[in-house]
Design a protein around this ligand. Structure first.
Ligand code: ADP
Ligand code: MG
Length: 339
């Protein structure tokens, strides 16, 4: 009998890997926006058509790519962000796994246009099924534009699994908001089917929160700010009277990365304690900064789950910081929550 094991061809391997990274148009939105942030852009435009099913395009004014890097960026495990294993424990960029563009190129038609300041001409590349269809020099603005067209055109099972346009658009807006909240110093816009949905001028976090969540919060934000040698927390929680019956605007960022954590959510909720009704939810936008070596963000390809070296310290810190800021609203005799 002949041997039967073979290595998968690249396009199949990429398509399998893509399943974890690109689940829906919104996954591409997250990855492309993060790449633009990592490229040092100060101006980032997101354009979607047909809830991202027909088009997700991100245009940035970041540092752009050389001709060789433009081609390389679509290879799997191709990244400029880590070089040695130790870098994994000091991640300061949003990306580092080098699989987003490879995944997108495996499940969609991609067009890339990019130029660095030092190059007179930029590079234009078209890719489909992980294969380059066209590559040529082109005139281009400084920065990068990447378009993902007809996502899952070659994976009908996935295409059919996509939800209705309103549902997919909601996912896109969620991802857009998470990135826009974490980088208030960057201009962001979102255009959907030719209609401008967001136009967010660069500003302070308070301005960004108000731009996104609405003016009704402007006078209702309680400032959170505590610093220790181990970690810092800053941001806002809504005054207790803004708590609502539906779990609405609750955002946690660790080192500027949006994360989901039932544990940290509980820390905030417990700080509100008696100030809000049992079944209602306060609004919050909180940022924790700590040494990257204290966390592991490489738990899942989407990087929305993280492991903390010491979860309990962080819980106590978040709870104390929020309690401290809310003390003015408490009817209970005030305790000393200082850290
Ligand atoms: P990662 O972000 O994990 O490195 P990606 O697949 O998202 O992996 O991107 C691969 C590489 O392509 C990046 O490391 C970066 O060097 C380059 N790149 C991607 N998007 C951009 C962009 N908008 N501007 C400049 N370079 C980019
Ligand atoms: Mg990336």
């Amino acid at each position: 009998m002949a041997d039967i094991i073979q290595l998968l061809p690249d396009n199949i391997a990429n398509q399998i890997a893509a399943g974890e990274v690109i689940q829906r148009p919104a996954s591409a939105v997250k990855e492309l926006l993060e790449n633009a942030v990592d490229a040092g852009a100060t101006h980032i435009q997101l354009i979607v058509n047909d809830a991202g099913k027909a088009l997700v395009q991100v245009i940035d004014n970041g540092k752009g790519m050389s001709e060789t890097d433009a081609r390389m960026s679509f290879e799997r495990h191709a990244t400029s962000k880590i070089k040695v294993i130790d870098d994994l424990f000091h991640i300061k960029t949003m990306g580092f796994r080098g699989e987003a563009l490879a995944s997108i190129a495996a499940v969609a038609q991609v067009e890339l246009k990019t130029r660095r300041a030092e190059d007179e001409l930029g590079t234009y590349i078209e890719i489909e099924n992980s294969a380059v269809k066209k590559q040529e020099p082109c005139a281009a603005a400084i920065g990068t534009s990447i378009s993902m067209k007809n996502v899952f055109f070659n994976v009908p099972a996935r295409r059919n699994f996509l939800k209705s346009n309103p549902a997919e658009t909601r996912h896109i807006v969620d991802e857009f908001i998470r990135v826009a909240l974490s980088f208030p110093n960057i201009f962001f816009s979102l255009t959907s089917n030719g209609q401008q949905v967001f136009h967010l001028e660069a500003g302070t976090l308070k301005q960004r929160v108000t731009q996104i969540l609405g003016n009704q919060y402007a006078a209702k934000l309680v400032n959170i700010k505590e610093e220790t040698d181990y970690m810092n927390i800053y941001g806002f929680v809504g005054k207790p009277d803004t708590a609502r019956k539906t779990r609405g605007e609750q955002y946690f960022f660790v080192n500027n990365r949006f994360i989901r954590s039932a544990y940290l959510n509980h820390a905030v909720m417990s700080a509100f304690d008696e100030m809000i009704a049992k079944d209602s939810f306060p609004m919050y936008v909180l940022f924790i900064d700590l040494d990257p070596s204290q966390i592991d963000i490489n738990v899942h390809p989407t990087k929305q789950e993280i492991k903390f070296e010491d979860e309990k310290i962080i819980y106590a810190f978040v709870q104390a910081a929020v309690k401290h800021a809310l003390a003015q609203f408490s009817i209970a005799p005030s305790l000393d929550f200082s850290l």
